[in-house]
Design a binder for this molecule. Structure first.
Ligand SMILES: Nc1ncnc2c1ncn2[C@@H]1O[C@H](COP(=O)(O)OP(=O)(O)OP(=O)(O)O)[C@@H](O)[C@H]1O
Ligand SMILES: [Mg+2]
Length: 380
């Protein structure tokens, strides 16, 4: 004999959408596991039979929605809201539960966490915006490159033709240097707007950090900087473009060095975290986990009001900066399906955290438990 009631119960509890059902008097009839997970509320059998506004809280966004169940004629269907408590984007549908005669005995709210979908859409929009911006910038950069080269050559010729005039010489040297700076900016712009094609291979993040360190060490401004690198050689390998990753960390380290030009400290640390468990049951996370690298400095820090802008192309607070360093960083991180965030360091300074995904296949094979963990202080 098939237990139909148990089957219906299992259907509701196995759904990957959140379900909250209430009786006509507003007391809770069902809350399934997905609903608890999305709301971040601990499951409890004691919730059943209690008024929904008591369980969810009177000012909970979903309380407002459920309150409409028996009063509104047009119930929301495929609507969206953002949960104030967690910031999660939620898509929902509200329906009344009626028997065959049309007598309403309750209402049900079905909802789904759309945060990941929203993030993907946002990235898509950003890609489109950058593509349009890129086309224009590439065209301008291309046109400006030739006259700039012309200025450099002609100033050089003039300099040779006026050997007797030191003042004019200095002026011409300045012109040549300025033209070189402008040319450097154009090169950066072209580099930034060029579509990124990744040359992917198995990459050790420790090696990437070493090569980036080698570049940064040669910066004149790095002389009074102590860089402590704690690199874990046993971290799983990434499927990534090593040259792009080197560029990414070189840019972050260069910024850190420039931020503390009067002397200070930089810390580079790395680690591994398995993919978070917020994925729905039965659904495999996209990646096995993430290698995380943090670049922290004890410089002046980034004022809160400009934190939003630092990744925008051409945002710079430096007299000779192009403002493309972090825009390129973000482009490389996105191309690898990674994440980057920035925050203040406790005690002053800045911390950039880059998370790069580790594909499933390399998790088991790429992690070598015997590889030594090397921690070293490097003075540059
Ligand atoms: N570690 C840091 N500490 C303080 N400010 C920072 C740090 N990293 C970035 N910034 C701020 O973000 C801005 C943008 O950085 P970004 O690397 O994009 O450009 P830039 O360094 O100014 O120029 P470029 O990289 O082309 O030389 C910087 O001008 C600086 O104001
Ligand atoms: Mg920079």
């Amino acid at each position: 004999m098939v237990d139909r009631e148990a089957f219906y119960r299992n259907v509701v509890h196995s759904l990957r959408n959140g379900v909250i059902a209430i009786w006509r008097d507003g007391s809770i009839a069902v809350v399934n596991d997905a609903a608890y997970r999305i709301l971040g509320v601990a499951a409890s059998a004691s919730h059943l039979g209690r008024p929904f506004h008591e369980v969810l809280g009177r000012d909970h966004d979903l309380t407002d929605v459920l309150s409409l169940a028996f009063t509104d004629t047009a119930l929301p269907n495929r609507a969206e809201l953002r949960l104030r408590s967690s910031g999660k984007a939620v898509g929902y549908t509200l329906c009344r539960i009626a028997d065959r005669d049309g007598t309403v005995s309750g209402a049900a709210l079905l909802f789904k966490d759309l945060t990941r979908v929203e993030q993907l859409e946002e990235r898509e929009r950003l890609r489109d915006r950058l593509a349009a911006l890129g086309e224009m910038a590439a065209a301008i950069a291309h046109e400006v490159k030739n006259p700039l080269a012309g200025i450099q050559v002609m100033a050089g010729v003039l300099k040779r033709q006026l050997p007797e005039s030191p003042d004019t010489h200095d002026l011409l040297t300045d012109i040549i240097n300025e033209a070189k700076t402008a040319n450097q900016i154009v090169v950066h712009v072209l580099e930034f707007v060029r579509p990124m094609s990744l040359q992917v291979e198995a990459v050790s993040i420790a090696t990437v950090i070493d090569t980036a360190m080698a570049t940064v060490r040669s910066l004149p401004s790095a002389r009074r900087t102590t860089i402590a690198v704690d690199r874990d050689a046993s971290l799983p390998r990434l499927e990534a473009d090593p040259l792009q990753l080197r560029q990414l960390f070189t840019n972050l380290l260069t910024n850190a060095v420039e931020a503390i030009s009067d002397g200070g400290h930089i810390w580079v640390t790395s680690g591994y975290a398995a993919a978070d468990e917020s994925t729905e049951p039965g659904e495999q996370p996209d990646y096995a986990g993430y290698v995380t690298v943090e670049v922290t400095d004890d410089g002046p820090g980034i004022p809160a009001e400009v934190t939003e802008q630092i990744f925008s192309p051409f945002f710079t607070t430096k007299p000779r900066g192009s403002g493309l360093g972090l825009a390129i960083v973000r482009k490389i991180v996105n191309a690898h399906d990674g994440r980057i965030d920035v925050g203040p360091r406790t005690g002053g300074g800045t911390r950039f955290r880059v998370r790069l995904p580790v594909p499933h296949s390399t998790n088991a094979s790429g992690r070598s438990p015997t590889a030594p963990r090397t921690a070293g202080r490097t003075h540059v």
